[in-house]
Design a protein around this ligand. Structure first.
Ligand SMILES: [Zn+2]
Length: 311
């Protein structure tokens, strides 16, 4: 209880600190410098206004301007997603990707399918028919005639002409627990798509909400292939995830944590050790990372960070 209270106070303090000073929202979503680069935008999806997390959304553009949206947050956070897409002038999402079918990841999909032209929907093989949000986005995809492409480990595809996407999780055959989906939160998170983007010498790992058990299983199967420069911390930077096994395998230089709260200070600090850079949407707002494919990364944050807690 004391720990929770401390965490809450910390979040309030950090939020207050983060809201002061500069606001570079327009710069973060200005696409004029995107041509020729792989650009990732990690969205801050607003404060927690419901029981669920606001979730994850990443808008990724390829060097020639193809658009990928990986997850689209909670339904209540979707305005943050459309605001960002509209600021970028996006009218077509070429690749709409669902890491896994939890509400804080696919909740915004029906709205996106309504508002934007969608090239194709990319999902894992995992089904979750008991969830009305899962059914809602599947129904919306069918209603709009959107092709669904099912990805599983070992698959790869091109995102535009220069970015290769490799899939390291989940396996093609999902081994569902007997009483699925009862009590299956962890199971579903562990079936998250694990995607590695490679653009020249630049590499990115995006693996949804993997827990430590899922991380270990992926590392056992794929080992050194997981090595990447840029990482989104699994499961919003929570202590359920970011095992040393995973961190050592990916060995990121830069980590982005996408959360409206500080899930676990220890995890955040692990990503600042040994000269690693860590960005956090709670403290930094929306984050833009751009690379020309040369293994160098240019990071721009919406806000100035007003804490040295992680240094
Ligand atoms: Zn999540």
């Amino acid at each position: 209880m004391k720990r929770r209270l401390f965490a809450l106070l910390l979040v309030l303090l950090l939020s207050a600190a983060a809201s002061a000073g500069a606001d570079r929202y327009a710069e973060v979503f200005d696409v004029s410098g995107d041509a020729g680069a792989l650009t990732l935008r990690f969205l801050w999806l607003g404060p927690q206004t419901q029981e669920d997390k606001p979730g994850d959304c990443m808008i990724i553009t390829s060097p020639e301007g193809k658009v990928m949206v990986l997850d689209a947050g909670h339904p209540q956070a979707v305005d943050y997603v459309t605001q960002a897409l509209d600021a970028m002038g996006v009218t077509r999402i070429d690749y709409l990707v669902a890491s896994h079918p939890h509400i804080d990841h696919i909740g915004g999909f029906p709205t996106l399918m309504e508002r934007y032209e969608i090239g194709a929907l990319y999902t894992s093989p995992l089904t979750y028919e008991k969830s009305s949000y899962y059914r809602a986005y599947m129904d919306a995809a069918a209603a709009h005639g959107i092709e669904r492409i099912v990805l599983s480990e070992g698959d790869s595809f091109m995102f535009g002409e220069q970015v290769r996407v490799e899939v390291f999780n989940p396996p093609a055959e999902i081994d569902y627990p007997e009483d699925y989906p009862t009590g299956a939160t962890q199971f579903i998170n562990n079936q998250s798509l694990a995607l590695k983007l490679t653009c020249g010498e630049s590499t990115v790992m995006l693996a949804g909400d993997l827990y430590t058990g899922g991380e270990k299983a992926v590392v056992e199967r794929w080992g050194e292939a997981l090595d990447c420069d840029l990482l989104k911390a699994n499961h919003h930077g929570a202590g359920t995830s970011s095992s040393s096994t995973w961190r050592n395998a990916v060995s990121p230089k830069i980590t982005c944590i996408t959360s409206d709260t500080l899930e676990d200070l220890n995890i955040a600090r692990k990503y600042t050790r040994d000269g690693q850079q860590m960005y956090h949407t709670l403290m930094d707002g929306c984050i833009r990372v751009r690379t020309a494919g040369d293994g160098q990364y240019d990071v721009l944050t919406q806000k100035d960070r007003a804490t040295t807690l992680f240094d």
